[in-house]
Design a protein around this ligand. Structure first.
Ligand SMILES: *Cc1c(COP(=O)(O)O)cnc(C)c1O
Length: 472
């Protein structure tokens, strides 16, 4: 993924400033199908439609900023993941990427399960009718109230993250007269990055229980994970069904999963040898990458499924274990590409020799990922087509921070003007779910579109909503 300044193209700059951009695209009006929701297209009169609806009409009816969620795209991705992994696996959608009642209903209908990691997410899942046995509860610091809510509801799985939590869940399940299925989350000593992984002896982070003993190698075993297994197996109110590992996010190859599966199967082998027990489940987590820009090239679900099934089968065969049921937990890779955010262009400020700052009517309140992780996005003019030359731009929000950047480096047509609509694709994951009220911004609505019909699934926040919380 090499990115370099292009020597020609944008106006106002003989020498382009430093940045993460490549050559301007050949056609600024083109919509890369890897980045845009699959029903997005540009009409003959130049504007963009999603789900059969013109974004100009959507902006007019629902205002901007606006998240437009392509229901057909979302459902197609659910089916692709479920079909790719097949009957010997479960696909859990990671609700933290984006959760609403409509989304829960689509997941239920499409045969996916659901990961939640808070009482709030669990409440939405249950309110929308997701069968509790298809819900898993995660988190490194679940409160007793959240654990009680989950055990009472009868969730299919609680993923244990610490020694204290083993006791807490066991105690609550016992008091409620339940035997709660649990998995143990282990840290396998693999830190996944986009294109590489760094194996460390033990991960220095807050999640999970280490496979490795302090300072040792994960494959030596004997770490906190093995001790957690011993403790769980002693508790009658817990039913240990499997081992869970989640190695990171926005991962583009399966090498990190390969190491994770090898080490998790190593633990299953140790459990068999020590306890005479073969656990029936293994969960390799989520983190599968998507294309945010045309330079990203993620694998398709079926390629990932073939690869993960093969890795797990091979490792189990080598260890002489029956192949356990596999779970995966994609969040971003289901909902990320299904939505785009539509903004109205406001101030266009040209800094000669540098770039043009294009201000939009949202920013870090509706997409904090650029400020938080230096995430990269692409952006297009969607209310009309333009033949103007490419202009090196930075799309920024309206918040009182210079780090309030939506798209750090992008080429937009040089005739861009206030009132034009821009859309940032691939904003389905971790945008609305991380949205905030900085500067008392009103969080934008999510409108789902399908076959020419639009439906508000999360309404826009209002000033009354803000004042309702401010009771002083
Ligand atoms: C965040 C998370 C996921 C989903 O990650 P994506 O990058 O959205 O696929 C899956 N499992 C666990 C345990 C997580 O914390």
């Amino acid at each position: 993924m090499s990115r370099s300044a292009h020597p020609a193209g944008p106006r106002h700059a003989d020498v382009l400033p430093e940045g993460h951009y490549s050559a301007p695209p050949a056609d600024l009006n083109a919509l890369d199908p890897r980045v845009w929701p699959r029903t997005a297209s540009r009409t003959t009169d130049g504007s963009v439609t999603v789900g059969g609806l013109d974004v100009k009409d959507l902006a007019e009816e629902f205002g901007t900023p606006l998240y437009v969620l392509d229901e057909a795209d979302f459902r197609a991705r659910c089916r692709a993941w479920r079909d790719a992994f097949g009957p010997d696996a479960d696909v859990f959608y990671a609700g933290k990427a984006f959760l609403s009642r409509a989304v829960v209903r689509w997941l239920t209908e499409e045969g996916l399960n659901l990961d939640v990691c808070s009482g709030g997410e669990l409440a939405v899942a249950l309110a929308a009718g997701m069968p509790p046995e298809r819900i898993a509860l995660h988190g490194n610091n679940k409160s007793s109230a959240e654990i009680r809510q989950a055990v009472e509801a009868g969730v299919g799985r609680i993923v244990l993250d610490s020694f204290q939590e083993i006791v807490r869940v066991a105690h609550i399940a016992e008091r409620l007269g339940r035997r709660q299925p649990v998995q143990i989350r282990v840290t396998v000593g693999v830190e996944a990055h986009t294109h590489e992984f760094i194996a460390t002896a033990h991960e220095d982070q807050k999640f999970g229980l280490a496979l490795a003993p302090g300072g040792g190698h994960p494959e030596a075993g004997g770490g906190q994970a093995a001790e957690a297994v011993r403790r769980v197996l002693k508790l009658d109110s817990l039913e240990l069904t499997g081992i869970h590992s989640h190695i990171g996010s926005q991962i583009f190859d399966t090498s990190g999963f390969e190491v994770a599966a090898h080490r998790v199967v190593g633990l299953l082998e140790d459990i068999r040898d020590e306890h005479g027990l073969e656990l029936p489940e293994i969960d390799l987590g989520g983190g599968l990458g998507i294309a945010y820009t045309s330079e990203d090239d993620p694998s398709e679900p079926h390629e990932i499924a073939v690869s993960l099934h093969e890795i797990v089968r091979r490792e189990c065969r080598a260890a002489g274990l029956a192949v356990p049921r596999l779970s995966v937990e994609p969040g971003r890779a289901v909902v990320g590409p299904s939505a785009c955010t539509v903004y109205e262009t406001g101030t266009v400020k040209e800094l000669p020799g540098l770039r043009t700052y294009v201000s939009v009517d949202g920013g870090m309140s509706d997409n904090v990922r650029t400020a938080l992780y230096d995430a990269e996005y692409s952006v297009s003019l969607v209310s009309r087509a333009s033949d103007a030359e490419p202009m090196l731009s930075r799309v920024v929000g309206k918040h009182c921070e210079s780090g309030d950047i939506v798209v750090r480096d992008a080429f937009l047509p040089a005739d861009l003007a206030p009132g034009d609509l821009l859309a940032v694709p691939a904003t389905g994951a971790y945008c609305r779910s991380m949205a905030n009220n900085y500067n008392h911004a009103l969080r934008p609505p999510v409108v789902s579109v399908r076959d020419g019909e639009a439906r508000v699934i999360v309404r826009r926040e209002t000033e009354e909503d803000l004042l309702r919380l401010d009771v002083g």
